[in-house]
Design a protein around this ligand. Sequence first.
Ligand code: PAP
Length: 339
Amino acid sequence: MASTGTSEQCNIIEETVHEEINKRFEELIATLPSDRGFIAPTLFNYQGFWYPPISVFKGVLLMQNHFKARPTDIFLTSSLKSGTTWLKAIMFSTMNRFKFDFASHPLLTTGPHDCIPHLAAYITDHDVAAMPPPRLFASHSAYPLLPKSVRESSDCKIVYICRNPKDVFVSLYFFAMKLRPPMLPPISMEEAFDLFCRGVSEFGPYFEHVLSYWKASLESPQKILLLKYEEMRNDTVKHVKQLAEFLGKPFSAEEEREGVIEEIVKLCSFEKLTSLEVNKTGKVAFVPEILIGNDNFFRKGQVGDSTNHLTPEMIERLDKITEEKLKGTGFTFGESKKY
Ligand code: PAP
């Protein structure tokens, strides 16, 4: 892939860099601990977190070594199945509310995942330096694995969303059942649950992922906003307002009077997004070789669905792990009024 400018103007990844990363990737993979994945046949533990050996992992290496943060950058970060799709829609429509009207909004014809790219996938074949500010990116990487320039920037913003681990597990299991290649041996819910409890799941361990952002948010509250899926479900308007303020784009009194926040909430609601053709039949390619139907990112969108799928023993085991992991951290997962 050819560069289209000087390194100052453009940081599209050069072919030689791809070759170097491929070499490093092959060397790394041979040395990393591995285990079973929910979706991928094998996961590799890189810097304490589990990655599938696909181009996203290579993208993480590219992102860590070649991405240069700018003060205006905004990151949406999350572990899998914590509310990324929903927050992408909310963040995109909040940040771009002066550009688009609700009757012809891009979200009516574009899936949320195509509105905010995942940096590790996107950086492999896009010129991220050419993107106009503010650049919005998503990442499933835990905080310590974000590029150094992002962690060290005192200006760029990070919004992290987390969710109750029981619902994350159930959501992830059903997602994996749809996306796991049919040639792989099946994985039962019990096997997957055991892996999750041992901390093995794509981009996990889940608790360490959440706590990495929790700790960072305590150190830099002006830089990192931690949102909880359940609390957002309880009062979405309040959280969209909080998000806009955090991102430096507060709603004016006039916007509030005109119901702009409610419009955003309605546009991004589970009901609205799932009614759209693009989210029923459209597909997203995070990396060129993998096309995923947008419908896979919407299932029930409920809080507490895990109680319909987990046995009392599973709930007890995961509750106990949650208690142990969170002990002394000051962090608690969100709760729902309807839970
Ligand atoms: P990802 O990590 O693969 O991007 P992510 O969007 O984080 O997935 O999580 C998907 C979950 O969010 C699904 O939960 P469920 O399996 O328990 O149903 C999905 O239904 C839910 N979700 C997607 N869009 C919305 C929305 N607009 N409002 C509320 N929940 C949503």
